[in-house]
Write a protein that binds this ligand. Structure first.
Ligand SMILES: Cc1cc2nc3c(=O)[nH]c(=O)nc-3n(C[C@H](O)[C@H](O)[C@H](O)COP(=O)(O)O)c2cc1C
Length: 176
């Protein structure tokens, strides 16, 4: 098993997946990482809706995303046809919901990497999830009435490797 430094350094967004499904153990480990993530005042307000990538609502969401953009459907859907998509929702009026969702989704992304799986954090469906079809998507994804979509995570087996992004420590960090 790789240590944290290796997992963190190796993680990179996966935009190509095989059709292989996640095992129950893999999914449970990824969800555990999300549930174990810290939340402001330990509110644990994030809800996780797990969908199969072939669920018809995934394509409906894609169609709605493209309709709002007035664009034709592309070669890939927002989740790059990943076999599993996890939608994170939370109360909009809690100040830290977006931060908490971000922490949880990154914890799950690192857990996926630790298992040798690929993942992609997906925000591009935000407007579609919160537009005219908001109630419809919430019902299909069993998102509680008092929560709203925050972010999603696509997960699956990597069909291609990608180098981690580079960064500029001198520009981004100041040691005071
Ligand atoms: C909040 C958030 C939303 C994102 N939404 C998308 C998305 O909708 N589609 C996508 O392809 N990548 C999305 N990404 C992935 C970023 O593009 C990616 O993390 C960034 O380019 C750095 O690449 P890396 O993850 O490979 O290091 C998102 C990442 C974050 C943190």
């Amino acid at each position: 098993m790789a240590g944290f430094k290796e997992v963190s350094a190796k993680r990179s967004s996966t935009r190509a997946y095989t059709a292989e499904k996640l095992t129950k153990e893999e999914l449970d480990s990824i969800l555990a990482a999300g549930l174990q993530a810290p939340s402001a005042t330990n509110r644990q307000e994030i809800r996780f809706s797990v969908l199969d990538g072939s669920d018809p609502v995934i394509e409906e969401l894609e169609q709605e995303k493209m309709r709002l953009r007035n664009a034709a459907r592309g070669e890939h859907n927002a989740f790059y046809e990943a076999p599993t998509v996890i939608f994170l929702s939370a109360e909009d009026d809690f100040r830290w919901s977006k931060v908490d969702a971000g922490i949880a989704v990154q914890s799950m992304s690192l857990a996926a990497e630790d298992l040798g799986l690929g993942s992609l954090i997906v925000g591009s469906v935000y407007d579609a999830m919160r537009g005219e079809k908001r109630e419809y998507f919430k019902e299909k994804m069993r998102i509680p009435a008092d929560r709203e979509f925050q972010i999603a995570l696509a997960v699956g087996h990597k069909a291609a490797e990608k180098e981690p992004h580079t960064y500029d420590t001198d520009k981004q960090v100041v040691i005071v």
